[in-house]
Design a binder for this molecule. Structure first.
Ligand SMILES: [Fe+2]
Length: 300
C-alpha cells in the first residue's frame, strides 16, 4: 500500500535537468548581453560621441535687420576647452571644417581653454587659427574657464583677450559694436563676477534687433536688458553632457533648468540659444553631441 501524500508539500514536479540547464544558459546569456551593452555604451560615450559633431541650422529673425543681411550666416562655436582633456586634432579638424559652412560672421561664446594659468594660451591661438577668423568678422565673449582654475583670475582673462584681439577676434566684455548694420554685444562672465548686461547693452539701439554673446545662459535672467530685443547666444552647459532617457541630465550647471540646450523663447522680444559646445572637462557625452550652430539671419 502506498504512503499517504503529505498535504503541506506542493505538488510540483522537479524541473528536468535539461530545463535547469537551459534556464542557466538563458541567465548567462542575459548577463553577457547586459555586460556587452554596458561596455558598448561606455565606449560609445567615451570614444565616439564626444567627437561626433552635429551641425544645427537655426533661423534668427531680427527686428530692423537691413535687407542686405537677410540670408547671411552666423556660425557659433563654444566651449572648446583647449587643454589636456580635449583631443586637439579633433578641435582643429572641426574648426577647419567651418569654412565649408560659408559663414559671414563667427560667434565664439567662451570657455576657450581649461587652464590653471597661461599654459594653454599658445595652443588656444594655434587651434583657433584653423577657423576662418582672419577672413570673417569674429566676435567673442569669455567663459568661466577663461579666468583660470578658480574662475576669478582677471589677469589670465586679460591676457587671453589681448591674444584674441590681436588675431582679429573682437572680444566683447560688457561692450558692444556695430558692423554692417548688425549690432553685437557681449557680457562679461557670470561666474567670474564680471557680468554687467546694463553696460553691455548701453550703446545698443533698441529700435533694432541685436545679438548678445553671454557664455552662461543664466545671464538671460539678470537685470539690465531694458528694451533689448534680439538673441542671446550662450554655451556653458555642454547640453548636460550626459543625458539618460526619461531621467534627463543629472548635472547641468545652470540655475534655470530651462536653459540646458537649444532654442528657448524667453519672452516677446528675446530669444536664447544654448549651444552644446565642442569640448568637455571630462571626456564623456551621451545624447548630447558636440555642436556647431549655423544661424540664418532673417527680417522679423
Ligand atoms: Fe564649458
Amino acid at each position: 500500500m502506498a504512503a499517504p501524500a503529505n498535504a503541506s508539500e506542493p505538488d510540483v514536479a522537479e524541473p528536468s535537468p535539461q530545463r535547469r540547464s537551459s534556464r542557466r544558459s538563458f541567465l548567462r546569456n542575459s548577463l553577457r548581453a547586459t555586460a556587452a551593452g554596458a561596455v558598448g555604451l561606455g565606449l560609445y560615450s567615451w570614444q565616439i560621441e564626444p567627437h561626433w559633431v552635429e551641425i544645427i541650422p537655426q533661423t534668427m529673425p531680427l527686428v530692423g535687420l537691413p535687407a542686405a543681411l537677410a540670408g547671411r550666416r552666423i556660425v557659433q562655436v563654444s566651449d572648446l576647452h583647449v587643454g589636456e582633456a580635449v583631443d586637439n586634432d579633433y578641435l582643429r579638424a572641426t574648426l577647419r571644417a567651418i569654412a565649408d559652412l560659408k559663414p559671414d560672421y563667427l560667434a565664439l561664446t567662451g570657455d576657450f581653454m581649461t587652464a590653471n594659468r597661461f599654459e594653454h594660451l599658445d595652443r588656444v591661438m594655434t587651434t583657433l587659427a584653423e577657423a576662418p577668423i582672419a577672413e570673417v568678422p569674429t566676435f567673442a565673449c569669455l567663459g568661466n574657464h577663461d579666468f583660470g582654475k578658480r574662475f576669478r583670475d582677471r589677469e589670465i582673462a586679460d591676457r587671453l583677450t589681448d591674444r584674441l584681439d590681436s588675431a582679429g577676434v573682437r572680444v566683447l566684455r560688457n561692450a558692444s559694436v556695430e558692423i554692417d548694420g548688425l549690432q553685437w554685444a557681449g557680457s562679461g562672465d557670470l561666474w567670474a563676477g564680471e557680468c554687467d548686461v546694463w553696460n553691455a547693452l548701453d550703446t545698443i539701439d533698441t529700435s533694432r534687433g541685436a545679438i548678445l554673446l553671454a557664455h552662461n545662459p543664466d545671464i538671460a535672467d539678470v537685470r539690465g536688458y531694458r528694451d533689448f530685443r534680439g538673441w542671446i547666444l550662450s554655451g556653458h552647459t555642454h547640453g548636460g553632457q550626459v543625458r539618460f532617457p526619461l531621467l534627463g541630465s543629472p548635472v547641468v550647471p545652470v540655475k534655470n533648468r530651462r536653459y540646458k540646450r537649444g532654442h528657448v523663447r524667453l519672452d516677446a522680444s528675446r530669444d536664447l540659444y544654448v549651444n552644446r559646445g565642442l569640448g568637455h572637462s571630462l571626456q564623456v557625452r551621451l545624447l548630447a553631441r558636440p555642436e556647431v550652430t549655423v544661424y540664418t539671419l532673417a527680417q522679423a
